[in-house]
Design a binder for this molecule. Structure first.
Ligand code: ADP
Ligand code: ZN
Length: 213
């Protein structure tokens, strides 16, 4: 399947994407993960993205489109892809539309995961991430077996730089201003599926029903 996962930070896009990859072999593409890896590796891309990311602001559309133009042409996209955290602005959505048209591809749906703000705030302040493999934990509901160490890869599990209260509040404002309008954009395209759900299983069920699987 070819899906865009839309939703505020902390809505569960990444979790849903990981579950969906197991269903049909489609690949999760997270621009946030790509950028964090670039920052960690100290590449030119990472240097250009670092300051904006740390503040919870968006990285430029040009930078993101440069990444995605290459990424969507890779072999592993043949079985479908789940776009997690992209597009995030109307110009990105327009550029993606053009890119897909050039490639002769069509999206199956744009899934808008709608979660109440208080749930999101609670999730983000208690979220911890493995800096090595990207596995996500929660200090309250799903802590690593050994504090600070990833169950999967043994890497360090930490609070992200952009998950301080100040950066979180900024990310939510940026989301409302720049990304929330994408729901209207995809509604017009006839692709929007809005799911009001706090459980990822409920989101998966709604997607299966929509795609008739
Ligand atoms: P979230 O948990 O907020 O959904 P992500 O991991 O998707 O966070 O992204 C982390 C940061 O990377 C964002 O706050 C932003 O600075 C940058 N970023 C990721 N994807 C995009 C994008 N499509 N456009 C602009 N900036 C992006
Ligand atoms: Zn790990």
């Amino acid at each position: 399947m070819k899906l865009i996962l839309l939703g505020a930070p902390g809505a569960g896009k990444g979790t849903v994407a990981k579950l969906l990859t197991k269903m049909d072999g489609s690949v999760q593409i997270s621009t946030g993960d790509i950028l964090r890896a670039a920052v960690a590796a100290g590449t030119e891309l990472g240097k250009q993205a670092e300051a904006a990311m740390k503040a919870g602001d968006l990285v430029s559309d040009e930078l993101i489109m440069g990444i995605m133009r290459d990424r969507l042409k890779e072999d592993d996209c043949k079985n479908g892809y789940l776009l997690d955290g992209f597009p995030r602005t109307i110009p990105q959505a327009e550029a993606l539309k053009e890119l897909l048209a050039d490639m002769g591809e069509e999206l199956d749906a744009v899934v808008n995961i709608d979660v109440p703000r208080d749930v999101i705030l609670d999730r983000l302040t208690t979220r911890r991430t493995c800096t090595k493999c990207g596995e996500i934990y929660n200090v309250k509901s799903n802590p690593p077996k050994v504090e600070g160490i990833c169950d999967k890869c043994g890497g360090p599990v930490v609070q992200r730089d952009d998950e301080t209260e100040e950066a979180i509040s900024n990310r939510l404002d940026v989301y409302n201003e720049k990304t929330a309008p994408l729901a209207g954009f995809y509604e017009k395209e006839g692709l929007l599926l809005t799911v009001q759900a706090t459980s990822s299983d409920a989101v998966i069920d709604a997607i299966k029903e929509k795609l008739g699987k």
